[in-house]
Design a protein around this ligand. Structure first.
Ligand code: F0G
Length: 460
């Protein structure tokens, strides 16, 4: 087999065909990877090879920001890969945000994944998982979601008609921008009385029982698609590896797939330097931070301390501790990809930080003022960078790439509350979350419907 699914537990290491539908290793319950035997598959000799596809953008697979890197995720023949035009994203150097973060003015790059068809990075992974689901003949696909995965699944269903979409969301836990997408695109939407972690547990059980294809990021094919975010970052930097990749951490799919991307690029001799990874939790949903930075949980060649993890989750259950942050996208306390993220942190010499609601709100306003809007969770990457620069972990003159995972319009309530003059709205939406001030607010002004008064207001 030149491509197969492989259990990441070194004590198990079982392999399975790519035509099998598995959520976890049936033998030991660990996560699965998609693995390639690069002796049997012709990998590109250098990254500049991909530039030859730039002139072929009229072909949908070359236009796709995922599939133009097909040779680095060749789990299906290219003609079986589904694209709706994902991955037309942009890496923008933003001086204002660099200075805010404490970096030299040219040091910060924002990788804007909000430009994807459904407005978030999820489309990178969904194109891959959806391709796999259709390939194995599934007719229904499901996910639990804080909103973006569901919007992404729903849009692939609507565009292709290949699998019907079913989405599980926690009650009152989804930003309206995202919910409206799923509804518009026709997804069957089930609101579970509980939070994301509950919805995630239920969707796994239901999918198993009813034979529904699961597209959450424990699906290893999804993570293959998300590797391409890193390939596009390198492409935009003309194949120069930056010093740092900084990403918000929720279910830890991105960080896991970035780690795999760099492991493979390194293995193939396509890069020599590996960037460092920083994963940023919201302080109200900080499982990774606590386990990695406080409890010193490490990958340890795959032999990570499972008892420590189990005890952590048991205590969480006993205390009834629930994730709570305005960054609803990362309001997750039981990240399904924890083990793969530990592997990524190990390979990329990573660090984890938590940021407060105030830090995220201010960073989000700065990203906006710099000309790229993002949703609150995405701003965690900038807030985390600022913290790491202040601590001296990220050097002032290093080159840092922050991943802006979702579009500004996904969650306008937070934005309007921050900038608004309506104190009550600010308190209702942000105050209860711990945002006390809006230092960078751009407050709207009001005037009577009268030309003199409008002019007077503008001149004051
Ligand atoms: N940023 C945004 C905008 C997200 O939607 C998510 C995850 C993350 C960051 C965290 O990414 O899981 O790779 O650590 N949203 C999922 C969802 C959980 O259902 O849409 P991760």
């Amino acid at each position: 087999m030149s491509v197969y699914q492989h259990c990441i537990n070194p004590n198990c290491s079982k392999t399975f065909g790519v035509d099998e539908i598995l959520h976890r290793c049936p033998s030991c319950g660990e996560l699965l990877d998609v693995q390639y035997d690069w002796n049997k598959i012709a990998a590109p000799k250098n990254l500049r090879h991909f530039e030859t596809y730039w002139s072929q953008r009229f072909q949908p697979h070359r236009f796709s920001g995922v599939w133009r890197f097909h040779e680095l995720l060749p789990f299906l023949p290219l003609e079986k890969c589904i694209t709706i035009g994902e991955g037309q994203t942009l890496l923008r150097q933003t001086h204002r945000v660099a200075l805010y973060a404490g970096l030299d003015s040219g040091g910060l790059f924002l990788q804007y994944e909000g430009l994807n068809p459904s407005g978030s990075f999820k489309d990178n992974g969904m194109s891959a998982a959806f391709s796999h689901g259709a390939f194995v003949g599934a007719t229904r696909a499901a996910c639990a979601s804080t909103g973006n995965t569901s919007a992404s699944l729903a849009v692939y269903s609507a565009c292709t008609n290949l699998m019907k979409s079913i989405i599980f969301i926690g009650s009152g836990k989804i930003a309206y921008g995202k919910l409206s997408q799923a509804l518009d695109y026709g997804a069957k939407t089930i609101q579970i009385q509980g939070d994301f972690d509950d919805a995630m547990a239920r969707v796994q059980e239901v999918s198993k029982q009813l034979g529904i294809y699961l597209v959450n990021s424990l699906n290893p094919f999804r993570l293959e698609g998300q590797k391409t975010i890193m390939f596009r970052v390198l492409e935009a930097l003309r194949w120069e590896v930056p010093d740092w990749i900084v990403v918000p951490g929720g279910n830890l799919g991105n960080s896991s797939s970035f780690g795999k991307a760099f492991i493979e690029l390194h293995q193939l001799g396509l890069i020599t330097k590996v960037p460092r990874l920083a994963v940023i939790n919201a302080a109200g949903a900080n499982t990774l931070y606590r386990l990695y930075e406080q409890e010193k949980l490490r990958w340890n060649g795959g032999h990570y301390d499972k008892t420590l993890v189990q005890q952590f989750f048991d205590t969480m259950t006993a205390e009834g501790r629930k994730a709570s942050t305005m960054a609803s996208a990362i309001e997750i306390n039981r990240p399904v990809n924890l083990s793969k993220c530990l592997r990524a942190l190990d390979f990329m010499n990573g660090v984890v930080r938590e940021v407060s609601e105030q830090e995220m709100a201010d960073a989000k306003a700065q990203v906006g003022a710099g000309g790229l809007g993002c949703e609150p969770a995405s701003a965690a990457s900038v807030a985390g960078t600022r913290k790491l620069v202040a601590e001296g972990i990220i050097g002032k003159s290093e080159r840092v790439v922050c991943i802006l995972t979702g579009h500004q319009l996904k969650d306008p309530n937070v934005t309007v509350a921050y900038h608004g003059t309506d104190k009550q709205f600010f308190t209702d939406v942000l105050g209860t979350r711990g945002v006390k001030t809006a230092e960078f607010a751009n407050q709207p002004v009001s005037a009577a419907n009268n030309i003199e008064e409008i002019i007077r207001t503008l001149q004051s």
